[in-house]
Write a protein that binds this ligand. Structure first.
Ligand code: COA
Length: 369
């Protein structure tokens, strides 16, 4: 199936809208409504199918995710063969790439197949992250529980116990809020790969590799490392002043698009406060507030969503080096939707470079240089 949009362009999309004034919507539904009313399974459906699901469709989505969480034994064996010090984002990238070889229909790029494959990949990403975390600690991975929703199952596989209701709710909200964000770097990278008619696994691998970057999704890990390094509120001014003096960027601040506060931050700040208080990490929230106030007053920079999601994931029990994989597990929904949209457009993304180099240079023989 091939759909042509009117006057297709490399950057045309109908999936999410972001603007500098702090507006974000998924398929036209405002992020504030999504934050207040949606759950991740519903968000996946909305992003993939372009409309909110009926009760039956929502249940079907939940069931499909539950049924597809297990990993092929070969992928588990691959993960267990990786060095114990491997970075979780590298493991996620490698495992998703390997998934292609366990899919006998890898080259089938029909939209119906892509949707089913994409749902499977969204489901399995959480299992890859938690399986790796257990294996690297010499523990047996926790099998997914098919009765659980996506956020609940993610926490269950991480911790090996049923999560409390507030934990599931906190993670679910984070998954909803991180699910898509226009043509950000990793999404655009995924679309470039898909535009060349490569398979979905290749495009997702590209996306995970790009998200790892420390000024993109990798920023949440950097935020957590920064907070743990600062340790105490009284050290904040010194740390921030030094960073500014040395021209270092403060992770979790600034944004390429938003010129006002990121609309997701208000929710994440509240969840961070609650999660930190409930888990005995209230000092981390207080420290975050102090960093926010200091960076805001000294440079006028506002926090982005990586700033408060870092402490939420940490309070929920995710190890510091896995924080970006949690972001990736949520963004899988957006990536899959964008990859499918790009496949429907079926148009190669090939920007013209703005060449600013030399022209008409003589070729000098090697012995004369
Ligand atoms: N810490 C310190 N200064 C920052 C900053 C930060 N986090 N973010 C932006 N700035 C400063 C820049 O140094 C620059 O100052 P200058 O004009 O004096 O040189 C100015 O603000 C504009 O920044 P610039 O990097 O050109 O903006 P950008 O749109 O290219 O960058 C980011 C956007 C997100 C890449 C950038 O803000 C950043 O690196 N943030 C930290 C990493 C992060 O949190 N990433 C997640 C993004 S969602």
């Amino acid at each position: 199936m091939k759909r042509r949009l009117e006057e297709p362009s490399e950057t045309e999309t109908r999936i999410s809208f972001v603007d500098s004034g702090g507006h974000l919507s998924y398929r036209g539904v405002n992020i504030h409504d999504m934050a207040k009313h949606s759950i991740y399974e519903e968000t996946i459906y909305l992003l993939l199918y372009g409309k909110l699901p009926t009760k039956t469709q929502l249940l079907e989505m939940r069931n499909k995710l539950s049924a597809r969480r297990r990993l092929p034994a070969g992928v588990v064996a691959l993960i267990s063969s990786l060095p114990h010090f491997a970075a979780p984002m590298d493991v996620l990238r490698t495992a998703i790439s390997a998934m292609a070889m366990f899919d006998p229909n890898e080259k089938d790029n029909r939209i119906e197949t892509l949707l089913e494959r994409g749902i499977g990949q969204i489901a399995q990403a959480t299992t890859i992250v938690t399986t790796h975390n257990h294996l690297r600690n010499s523990r047996l991975p926790i099998e997914p529980d098919p009765e659980m929703g996506h956020a609940e199952s993610f926490l269950y596989m991480l911790k090996g116990r049923e999560p409390e209701a507030w934990e599931t709710k906190a993670l679910d909200l984070c998954l909803v809020l991180h699910a898509d964000h226009g043509l950000n770097a990793s999404t655009f990278a995924a679309r470039v790969t898909a535009s060349a008619r490569a398979d979905m696994y290749a495009a997702l691998t590209t996306a995970v590799g790009t998200l790892k970057g420390t000024i993109h999704g990798g920023a949440n890990q950097k935020v957590m490392e920064m907070l743990l390094e600062i340790k105490e509120e009284r050290m904040v001014n010194r740390y921030i002043d030094e960073a500014f003096r040395e021209g270092r960027k403060i992770p979790g601040f600034g944004h390429r698009i938003y010129k006002v506060e990121d609309p997701r931050v208000v929710y994440l700040r509240n969840v961070s406060r609650d999660a930190c208080e409930r888990t005995g990490h209230a000092y981390l929230f207080d420290l975050s507030r102090k960093v926010e106030d200091t960076v805001r007053s000294e440079k006028g920079l506002l926090p982005n969503m990586d700033f408060y999601s870092a402490t939420i994931y940490y309070a929920l029990g995710f190890p510091v080096d896995t924080l970006t994989t949690v972001f990736a597990c949520s963004r899988m929904a957006g990536w899959v939707a964008h990859i499918i949209e790009q496949c429907e457009l079926d148009s190669l993304i090939r920007p013209m470079g703005d060449y600013v180099g030399l022209l008409n240079q003589p070729y000098v023989a090697v012995e004369d240089r």
